[in-house]
Design a protein around this ligand. Structure first.
Ligand SMILES: Cc1cc2nc3c(=O)[nH]c(=O)nc-3n(C[C@H](O)[C@H](O)[C@H](O)COP(=O)(O)OP(=O)(O)OC[C@H]3O[C@@H](n4cnc5c(N)ncnc54)[C@H](O)[C@@H]3O)c2cc1C
Length: 391
C-alpha cells in the first residue's frame, strides 16, 4: 500500500537519487561493466538510501513509495547505468509478491529484513525449458513433514549469487488441470549465517551480452529443504497467480528501465552531436542528425507519459495490465531505438569501449525480453482491447 507523498517530498527524494547517480553510479559504470565487476559499494549506498524498501509499506520498514515516484527513480538510475537498477528492482518484485500474497506472519518475518537490505534477492521463475510458458516448469516441491523438498533447475536468475533470498516457483502438483493450479511459490533463504550457500543449492554465473556486473545465474536445487511456513500464502496452487500478480508493477519498472536507457542515450547523443564537427560545423546542424534526435526525443517523452499513466492507475488500485503492457512495450522499444540511433550518431566511436554508448546498446535489448516479451505485451494489449470493445 503506498503512502501519501507531497510534491516537495517527491522532489527531495528525486534530488537525492540524482546526486547519488551523478556522484557514485555514472562515474564507475563503464569500468565496472567492462570488468563485469559487482558494485558492492552501490549496494551499501542503496541500503542507506532506503532503495531496498522503496515500495515496501512503511508498516514493514519500507518507504511505501507510490509507483509514480518509484518509476521516476528507476528511470533516473537506468539513464546513467541500467544494470544496478536490477539490484533493487528484482528484489522489490520478490517483496511485492510477499506483501500482496503472504500471510501476516510471513510479511512480518521477511519484509523488514528485505526493506533494510539484510535480505536481498529476486524471483526465480524461468527454467531452461520454460520462460514465457511458465505452466511448463518442471521443478518440484514435495511436502515432507514440516518442510518442502525442492528439486529442479532455474535459469537466468538475477541477484542469485550476491543476494541471499529468492521467491521460487515450483510444481506442487504435476497432475493439476489447468497446469498453473499445480504451482506454488516459496520464499527461500539461500545462504547460512556465514554467507555460504546452504546444502542442496548450486549457483553458477552466466556470461551475458549486456546487463553486466549484475549476477544472473543458473540455480540448481537438489533435495533442498525449505520450511513449509515459507510457502507464500500457506496454500498450495497459487504460485502462478502470485507470480503474474506482480507483473503490473514489474512491467512499469521494466518500462522505466527502458525509458531510462532511451533518455541516457539521447543525452549522450545530443552532447556528442554538439561537439563533433564534420564539413566545418557541429553534426547537430546536419538535418540527418536532427531527424534522429527529434524522433528519439519523441520516443522518450511518449514512453515517459505512458509510464506515468500506468503508474497512476496502479497507485489508484485500478486494473492496469493493458496500460502497464503499453508502457513496457513503449519504454523498452524506445531504449532499443534510441541506443541504436545514438550509436549511428557516434559514428566509429560508438564501437569504442572508451565511450559509454556501446553499453546502452548492449543493455537495451534485455528490456524487450524481461517481464513478458514484447511479443506477449502486444498480444496482452490486443486481448484487453478486444475485451473493452465488446458490445
Ligand atoms: C539477463 C536476464 C535476466 C533475467 N532475469 C530473470 C529473473 O531474475 N528471474 C526469472 O525468472 N527469469 C529471468 N529471466 C528470464 C526471462 O524472464 C525469460 O528469458 C523470458 O521470460 C522469455 O522466456 P524464454 O527466454 O524462455 O523465451 P521463450 O518463452 O522460449 O520465447 C521465445 C520467443 O517466442 C516468443 N513466444 C513465446 N510464446 C509465444 C506466444 N504464445 N505467442 C507469440 N510469441 C511467443 C517470445 O516472445 C520469444 O520471442 C532473465 C533473462 C535474462 C536474459
Amino acid at each position: 500500500m503506498s503512502e501519501l507523498w507531497s510534491k516537495e517530498d517527491e522532489q527531495a527524494i528525486l534530488d537525492m537519487i540524482e546526486r547519488w547517480v551523478e556522484q557514485d553510479v555514472r562515474p564507475i559504470a563503464q569500468e565496472y561493466d567492462q570488468a563485469d565487476k559487482y558494485p558492492h559499494q552501490l549496494v551499501e549506498q542503496m541500503k542507506d538510501l532506503g532503495l531496498f524498501g522503496a515500495t515496501i509499506g512503511q508498516d514493514y520498514g519500507g518507504m511505501g513509495l507510490p509507483a509514480t515516484i518509484y518509476a521516476k527513480i528507476v528511470l533516473k538510475v537506468a539513464s546513467a547505468w541500467m544494470a544496478p537498477s536490477g539490484i533493487f528492482n528484482s528484489h522489490l518484485i520478490q517483496a511485492s509478491a510477499i506483501e500482496r500474497a503472504g500471510t501476516e506472519e510471513q510479511k512480518s518475518r521477511f519484509l523488514p529484513r528485505m526493506a533494510s537490505g539484510e535480505l536481498r534477492g529476486g524471483i526465480a521463475l524461468t527454467e531452461p525449458n520454460a520462460g514465457t510458458d511458465l505452466q511448463a516448469i518442471r521443478g518440484t516441491a514435495v511436502r515432507d513433514g514440516e518442510d518442502y523438498i525442492l528439486n529442479g533447475t532455474k535459469t537466468w536468475i538475477t541477484n542469485s549469487l550476491n543476494g541471499n533470498s529468492l521467491a521460487v516457483l515450483m510444481k506442487t502438483d504435476a497432475k493439476a488441470v489447468p497446469a498453473h493450479k499445480g504451482t506454488s511459490m516459496f520464499i527461500v533463504e539461500t545462504k547460512d549465517a556465514d554467507g555460504n550457500f546452504k546444502p542442496g543449492i548450486k549457483v553458477s554465473k552466466l556470461k551475458k551480452l549486456g546487463y553486466r556486473s549484475i549476477d544472473t545465474c543458473e540455480v540448481v536445487f537438489e533435495d533442498f529443504r525449505v520450511p513449509a511456513a515459507n510457502l507464500i500464502g500457506e496454500v498450495e496452487g497459487k504460485g502462478f497467480i502470485q507470480a503474474l500478480g506482480g507483473l503490473e508493477l514489474g512491467r512499469i519498472n521494466v518500462a522505466a528501465r527502458g525509458a531510462g536507457i532511451a533518455k541516457g542515450a539521447l543525452d549522450l547523443a545530443v552532447r556528442y552531436a554538439q561537439e563533433r564537427e564534420t564539413f566545418g560545423k557541429a553534426i547537430c546542424n546536419h538535418q540527418a542528425i536532427q531527424l534522429k534526435l527529434g524522433e528519439m526525443a519523441v520516443q522518450v517523452e511518449a514512453a515517459r507519459l505512458l509510464i506515468e499513466q500506468a503508474a497512476a492507475k496502479f497507485d489508484a488500485g485500478e486494473r492496469c495490465d493493458m496500460e502497464a503492457g503499453m508502457a513496457k512495450y513503449a519504454g523498452s522499444e524506445a531504449g532499443v531505438f534510441c541506443a541504436n540511433e545514438a550509436m549511428r550518431i557516434f559514428g566509429g566511436y560508438s564501437y569504442s569501449v572508451e565511450y559509454d554508448i556501446e553499453r546502452y546498446y548492449r543493455d537495451a535489448m534485455l528490456m524487450c525480453i524481461g517481464e513478458g516479451t514484447n511479443e506477449m505485451q502486444r498480444i496482452i494489449i490486443a486481448k484487453q482491447l478486444i475485451e473493452r470493445y465488446k458490445i
